[in-house]
Design a protein around this ligand. Structure first.
Ligand code: MGD
Ligand code: MGD
Ligand code: MO
Length: 759
């Protein structure tokens, strides 16, 4: 199995940003890059009244740069604005069976989908159909199915307006089966932070980065995945803030950066060092590492106490937290030997990092997939919160816990009702507003949806964006089981693997992208999204749609809904599609605290802040206080180490957005030309008798009667801790068992998968 062409690999020693990032964009888009339309769109990107980037969820500051976009934001915009088209002619030429042999890159390279298509099983091809035909056929199929057997997935890109209607549709139809992409990334956050601080999202806001004294960074790759965040980091470092990073990989963006928007830096090549300490923690080693920091803080507290001083914020601990004594007892009882063995880090390194924490008055804790995608991901997050609580670093300016979210509106989708958990949704309000009895039975999340598909219980699957089959674990068994479903519907902009593994009846429905003008009855429409800091922004697309046959996501969701659920005078699909402002009014009526004066405030520069109780030190937890947690494990990996077993980290490159592969250049890590690689350190290579460039395979080291393997990986020496290997997501998703997920939230544990190397 090889998904990529093979070229030589080269090494990159330059910083993040800089000329490399501009070259990175030009190399991919070549002639398409300078079109006036593309430049106009980029010039409005992430600015008030402009267009909000379709890439990550990093905030859109009120005081913006001339170019408020990064290398990857530009790639994402240009990817949407491509001049290539994937037309009915293309589908007439290629059977589905043939297209399944293509790799992800080549599929998306066909460009924007242009027509609604229906699967013709006999011909093994997609054929064009009318929108009316698609809606009415999907409606009849859905009506014939048991609502409990249908799943409505959402990838985190769709607007607040579409997401609200999509969730309402599922509930009017009769279920809460609303998994979304956040089930694969920050569900650990939603569940974990809710439990320990009573708010399911981060507490920091953008301004906190201008006043914090230290930032502790865990498992988030800023240079690739939220590059605009490098600017505030660079500014923070310049004013003396200290950044300490924990990551098994020395990620370029967190080591140093050149600002591509600073002419002096571009000419002279001056780099800003970002992290003052970089600790290459073992994959799954963060519980122990953070425990080491806490142990150092307690040691320093003891010393301070002897002097009549203190390091801890005793007032805060006393009046705002719960379970502190049990936590302290556990930290004191854990030995440095245990901490070193489980984190892979030396005591001295942890003490030096802990000292930065001790000396800083205001600290922010940042994290990403390195903490969330672990079997004990909850414990990772709870430990980071423990560390912050010790010195009152939550609910004060310049402090906070700050998960860096993924998709551009993934956080917002949850805010407006895309959730399988009925208790998180104001069902009473929905009942009153729309005069129906919303389903109260818990729906399925991503892993449960997969379990249902494997068991044959799920018969219908509607996908609002995304590439579900490629993003989930257990690819082999899932692709096989997928085809036993009765109905699959994909709403998408570009062709991907999920469109080629189909149910008996299948539709591929092309939609507008966010950069395109969305013209409806009352004129061009605005859509809104929520960023990582809970700020809401309006976005207006201006580009001419890729095809005259496209509909907006709103119109498609409403079209399917209208053909499916019984008529209801309070549910006005056509009116809502005609004027998205009316949907914003309904969002406000459903969530009055979060969305007060929604239509008036949506173009507030910097977005309007939805608020966060934990930031106000109001703790909506069981105890009514912020919780110190005693971790049940010292390792987040969830399995024992043994000879020949490695912890596999599945990584994103600088040249992809999730399953969309822009190219084969992981510039910041110096890996070029191929994604079929096995990254391993030279000592481990020697121990395993491997040579650079050797082609090997990986097998999942789990004995559950289901063999899983990948072949054709090229061995590359890479700076990783002992016992860890690395490779790329999604190519290695064959290896992740569906059962390998965070215990509490069921987020797939893609950052420590037990594997063996096959030679
Ligand atoms: N360009 C681009 N931007 C994106 C995306 C993209 O694919 N491309 N995806 C978007 C989405 S949906 C998301 S969720 C975010 C994801 O953004 P991130 O949260 O940055 O996710 P990853 O790149 O998967 O992994 C993050 C880091 O975790 C480190 N890591 C792995 N295991 C461990 C561990 O055990 N401990 C620690 N401390 N670190 C570990 C890895 O080395 C890596 O640097 O980015 C969003 N932005
Ligand atoms: N091994 C491993 N697996 C992982 C991860 C990992 O780190 N490691 N990360 C996980 C994470 S964090 C996430 S979020 C998931 C990602 O899972 P998804 O969100 O399901 O996948 P994407 O790759 O973002 O979806 C890309 C597709 O979205 C469609 N699309 C793009 N723009 C639009 C639009 O505007 N509207 C519509 N309707 N469709 C559009 C295009 O057809 C494109 O092919 O993967 C998860 N899987
Ligand atoms: Mo994500």
């Amino acid at each position: 199995m090889s998904d990529t062409p093979d070229h030589d690999t080269v090494k990159y020693d330059g910083p993040a940003g800089g000329w490399g990032s501009l070259r990175g964009i030009t190399r991919i888009f070549g002639a398409e890059w300078p079109t006036p339309g593309a430049l106009e769109t980029l010039s409005r990107q992430n600015k008030p009244g402009g267009f909000m980037c379709v890439s990550c969820a990093w905030t859109k500051p009120a005081k913006y740069h001339t170019f408020e976009f990064c290398e990857n934001g530009a790639k994402a915009t240009l990817w949407e604005l491509t001049t290539r088209r994937c037309t009915p002619d293309f589908f007439a030429k290629h059977t589905i069976t043939e297209l399944r042999e293509w790799n992800d890159y080549d599929l998306e390279q066909q460009g924007r989908l242009t027509h609604p298509m229906r699967l013709d099983r006999a011909e093994d091809k997609y054929v064009p159909c009318s929108w009316e035909e698609a809606f009415s056929a999907i409606g009849s199929e859905l009506k014939a199915l048991d609502p409990k057997s249908v799943v409505f997935y959402a990838s985190g890109r769709a607007s607040l307006e579409t997401s609200y209607l999509y969730a309402l549709f599922a509930r009017l139809y009769g279920n809460n089966n609303l998994p979304d992409s956040s089930n694969m990334c920050h569900e650990t956050t939603s569940v974990g932070l809710k439990k320990v601080i009573g708010a399911s999202v981060g507490t920091s806001v953008f301004e906190d980065f201008s006043t914090c004294d230290a930032i502790f960074f865990f498992g988030q790759n800023t240079g690739s995945n939220s590059p605009r965040f490098l600017h505030p980091l660079q500014e923070a470092v310049k004013r003396g803030c200290r950044i300490v990073t924990f990551n098994p990989v020395r990620e370029k963006g967190l080591v140093a950066m050149i600002n591509p928007q600073s002419p002096t830096e571009m000419l002279t090549g001056d780099e800003t060092p970002i992290s003052c300490q970089y600790l290459q923690v073992k994959a799954g080693g963060d519980i122990a590492a953070i425990l080491g920091l806490c142990k150092h803080v307690l040691d320093k507290e003891d010393e301070a106490k002897a002097r009549g001083d203190s390091v801890l914020d005793h007032d805060f601990i006393k009046s705002h937290t719960h379970n502190f004594d049990a936590f302290v007892a556990m930290v004191r009882a854990t030995t440095w030997d245990e901490i070193e063995a489980n984190s892979g880090l030396a005591r001295e390194a942890l003490q030096a990092a802990g000292q930065v924490y001790v000396e800083a008055d205001k600290v922010i804790g940042i994290y990403g997939m390195g903490l969330t995608q672990q079997v004990h991901g909850f414990e990772n997050i709870a430990m980071l919160v423990n560390l912050l609580l010790m010195k009152g670093n939550i609910g004060r300016d310049g402090t906070g816990i700050s998960p860096v979210r993924g998709h551009s509106n993934v956080q917002g989708q949850r805010t407006v009702g895309i959730s399988e958990k009925p208790e998180l949704v104001p069902m009473d309000k929905l009942a009153r507003l729309y005069g129906f009895e919303p389903p109260m039975e818990k729906g399925v999340n991503t892993v449960e949806a997969c379990e249902g598909i494997l068991a044959g219980d799920v018969k219908g699957f509607v996908s609002l964006g995304g590439n579900f089959i490629r993003a989930i674990p257990e690819r082999g068994a899932m692709e096989e089981a997928w085809q036993h479903m009765r109905l699959t519907v994909q709403i998408a902009t570009k062709l991907n693997r999920s469109h080629l593994v189909n149910g008996e009846v299948a539709y591929l429905l092309p939609c507008l992208g966010r950069s395109e003008e969305d013209m409806q009855e009352t004129g061009p429409q605005t859509v809104t999204m929520e960023d990582s800091f809970s700020c809401i922004h309006g976005s207006i697309g201006r580009r001419r749609p890729a095809s005259e046959h496209l509909l907006s996501e709103m119109a498609i969701v409403a079209g399917i809904a209208k053909a499916t659920v019984p008529q209801n005078p309070r549910v006005k699909w056509d009116e809502w599609v005609g004027d998205y402002g009316k949907v914003r009014d309904l969002i406000e009526a459903t969530y009055p605290e979060d969305f007060r004066d929604f239509n008036k405030r949506m173009f507030t520069p910097g977005g309007f802040y939805r608020g966060n109780s934990a930031r106000e030190r109001i703790w909506k937890t069981e105890s009514g206080r912020a919780e110190f947690t005693v971790p049940k494990e010292l390792s987040a990996a969830g399995f024992e180490d043994k000879p020949g077993r490695f912890r596999l980290i599945t990584l994103r490159s600088n040249d992809q957005f999730n399953t969309t592969i822009y190219g084969y250049s992981d510039r910041l890590r110096g890996i070029e030309g191929t994604r079929d690689v096995l990254l391993i350190n030279p000592q481990e290579m020697a121990r395993a008798g491997l040579k650079e460039g050797q082609i090997v395979g990986l097998a999942t080291d789990v004995d559950d009667g289901r063999p899983r393997g990948v072949t054709g990986l090229k061995v590359l020496p890479f700076d990783l801790p002992d016992g860890c290997v690395g490779g790329y997501y999604p190519e290695l998703n064959w290896l992740i068992p569906l059962s390998h997920h965070d215990v509490q939230s069921k987020t797939p544990a893609a950052k420590s998968v037990p594997v063996r190397i096959l030679t």
